[in-house]
Design a protein around this ligand. Sequence first.
Ligand code: GDP
Ligand code: MG
Length: 178
Amino acid sequence: MNDIKLAVLGSEGVGKSALIVRFLTRRFIGEYASLSECVYRKHLSIDGRQLNLELFDPCSQVSEGKATLNDQIHWADGFVVVYDISDRSSFITAKAIIHLIRELHLGAAKRDADSQVFLVGNKQDLCHVREVSREEGQRLAAESRCPFYELSAAEHYQEVVLMFSKMVHNASLGGKSK
Ligand code: GDP
Ligand code: MG
């Protein structure tokens, strides 16, 4: 049995909880009052293999602390780094998080388990108030050697599922097995 640990990281309000809840329950609720971080667990079968998925949804207040972010990065095998296309500062934060992941995972412990990172520009439905162009997202992803998705937790259920499924698949190949 493979255990897959994924962390969804990014600034407060970019839609991390919305994306996770959408993936796990199909629903977009609108408000996600979470006062504490939490790990969702789901049993999956991919290509005939049984997987235990653990999805870490950080609480905003906690995830801003650098030490805790480091812990989250050490814990996970795969990362979905999210920004909000209508919020430039969240894009800058996403960039910093990706750099930190690359830096920490170059450490000996995970050198051969190539860390999986996806960059996600969420809230594509807000493109009329866009602050980050699609090209900028694509460029950052290319520089960081990671797949790029622009989507909307609110409106694109299929894309959200596809994105998480690809991440689980990649992490199950590249991540450590137990
Ligand atoms: P988190 O702090 O990253 O977990 O963000 P939340 O999931 O709590 O979402 C923050 C706010 O953004 C909530 O009001 C959500 O309803 C809203 N939101 C999340 N995803 C989308 C989206 O794709 N489009 C729009 N328009 N709003 C979204
Ligand atoms: Mg949240």
